[in-house]
Design a protein around this ligand. Sequence first.
Ligand code: E4P
Length: 217
Amino acid sequence: MKFFIDTADIEEIRDLASTGLVDGVTTNPSLIAKSGRNFLEVVAEICEVVDGPVSAECVALDFETMLKEGRKLSKIADNIAVKVPLTEAGLKTCKALSDDGIMVNVTLCFSAAQALLAAKAGATFISPFVGRLDDIGQDGMDLIADVVTIYENYDFATEVLVASIRHPVHVVQAAKMGAGVATLPPKVLRQLFGHPLTDKGLDGFMKDWAATGQSIL
Ligand code: E4P
């Protein structure tokens, strides 16, 4: 399973990329606003730090302008994945860009039917938002299970990119379902490292080691 990080905070990205566990980055207009940075500049910087796909989202709602934006974003770096919303204009843009060999991430997916359309439009990634479905009383992970099954049934190359992840349980469930990618807020990626028994065990080992008076180096 690939791990992308869901942030436009360049310091967070540098820090987490140094673990060797980051396969890509996703941004969206809200995350760009939160970073306080110029969109095109910060995305270019992220592309230098991370080799894998970096999602940069179009903001036009009509096909012609969205396509122009997508083409411009794709020129920032070879590892840009143009992000388009799951609308009719978004999927037309997805088809046109993917026909040109540009990676496309179709975002704001909330149903299996929408995911099916995105795969047919040639999306590189489909982003179903699990946390936002949970927020309205539906089980976001049910959608992931459906999309994984549908894509397997037809051998679609589109990768399921689990988005709007809120906690480590989402990540583990997504991995058990065979989703190809999870995009994690930095806090959730850090949470994955931790277990109280690891801390307790390490504490015990360190105390016993100190008592031996030895050193390795
Ligand atoms: C990722 O591509 C999405 O933009 C992101 O995961 C949305 O997460 P949120 O629902 O926490 O805003």
